[in-house]
Design a protein around this ligand. Structure first.
Ligand code: CXF
Ligand code: ZN
Length: 361
């Protein structure tokens, strides 16, 4: 039995309990989780904004050490340090063939999260949020959900890689393809937004304009590459135009997701500008623009799952950038807690306190 933070029902609190994990199947690995970031999607899965079968162990931004492997595992060995990938691709479908693993049809994650992966002491089946279940001392996942990292990696420093950094940096490098000297607007300065900022700085963007309700986040963002801060609100678009030659930015990233923020991102860009929606909005949130403005402004609108990253390729690349001092992944962690502190981390997130809380296990 291992300790876990259990979501008994959506809308309820997390409860500390013990779960029984199965022995890994032939292509599965058992991982001792060292650290797990608390992502906004965990909050959405916990409060019912996103669907989640229960009881469930959430947590998908994790890092740990492989402690057991199935008989056919080839990617990792016992003792390897790994970062979790919440969207491990099948490698065989139409999308995987076209190098779009983030769109994988046979997504191992959706299969894994639809089937129970563990049990409670009384035999009740337990589901793993996004197939990973990182808010527990240990988990069992498909080997493709484990991305090996170098032995010297500090796992607490890199836990946030598994979602925020891959998503934010991927959006800059793979989806928007930001070029040196281009202007960038980032709406929402949380873990994803600051990963966008760091990656935009690496890409040579200027200016990098951060937009958020919290002035405090604006100050923190300056250390992650944001050159100018604009408070959210009705005057934001005018302030952004002033910073971008009166035209609007080359790129805008909506790191919140939803009608209001996507529309602000849209209005922040110049004619011919590129809008990249990175945050996960709700299915009822409808973004509006007229057919005429779509034509006349000539803008491009991208959605991007997981930043269009391929974790097997991008994790090593991002760790290299961190080793060279070009990115500061560890600085995204602004609080450390234990399994009992996740509900408080959700409160902090709702109130806009801090960037990322990391659960230390
Ligand atoms: C999200 C993506 C959409 C479904 C829920 C999880 N990913 C990570 O935060
Ligand atoms: Zn996430």
């Amino acid at each position: 039995m291992v300790k876990a933070a259990l979501l008994r029902e959506q809308g309820g609190p997390l409860e500390l309990c013990e779960i029984e994990l199965p022995a890994p199947g032939p292509r599965q690995v058992r991982i001792r989780i060292s650290a797990a970031g608390v992502c906004h999607s965990d909050l959405s899965l916990a409060n019912g904004t996103l669907t989640q079968p229960v009881p469930a162990v959430l947590g998908h931004e994790g890092a740990g050490v492989v402690v057991e492997i199935g008989s056919e595992v080839t990617r990792v060995a016992v003792g390897d340090k790994v970062v979790l990938n919440w969207s491990p691709a099948c490698g065989e479908c139409w999308f995987c063939d076209r190098d779009e693993p983030y769109l994988c049809e046979g997504s191992v994650a959706s299969e894994a999260s639809a089937q129970p992966y563990a049990t409670l002491a009384d035999g009740t089946p337990v589901y793993a949020g996004l197939g990973t279940g990182a808010f527990a001392e240990e988990t069992v996942v498909d080997e493709r959900a484990a991305v090996k990292v170098p032995d010297q990696t500090d796992l607490s420093d890199v836990a946030v890689m598994g979602c925020a950094v891959l998503t934010g940096a991927g959006a800059v490098f793979h989806t928007a393809d930001v070029q040196p000297g281009q202007s960038v607007v980032i709406i929402g300065l949380g873990g994803i937004g600051l990963s966008v900022a760091q990656a935009a700085r690496v890409a040579g963007a200027h200016p990098i304009i951060g937009v958020d309700m919290s002035e405090e986040k604006g100050k923190v963002a300056a250390e992650h590459g944001v050159t100018d801060f604009v408070p959210s609100g009705p005057d934001a678009a005018r302030a952004i135009r002033k910073l971008t030659g009166g035209r609007g930015a080359d790129h805008a990233f909506d790191c919140v997701g939803g009608a209001v923020t996507t529309r602000s991102a849209w209005s922040s860009t110049r004619r011919g500008g590129v809008v990249t929606v990175v945050g996960v909005g709700s299915k009822d949130s409808k973004v509006e623009f007229s057919a005429l403005e779509l034509y006349w402004f000539g803008r491009t609108l991208h959605g991007c799952i997981y930043g269009r990253s391929n974790p097997d390729v991008d994790v090593p690349h991002l760790l290299e950038l961190a080793a060279q001092g070009e990115m500061d992944i560890a600085a995204l962690r602004t609080a450390i807690t234990d399994l009992a502190g996740i509900d408080k981390a959700f409160d902090d997130m709702r109130e806009g306190r801090g960037i990322r809380t990391v659960v230390s296990l």
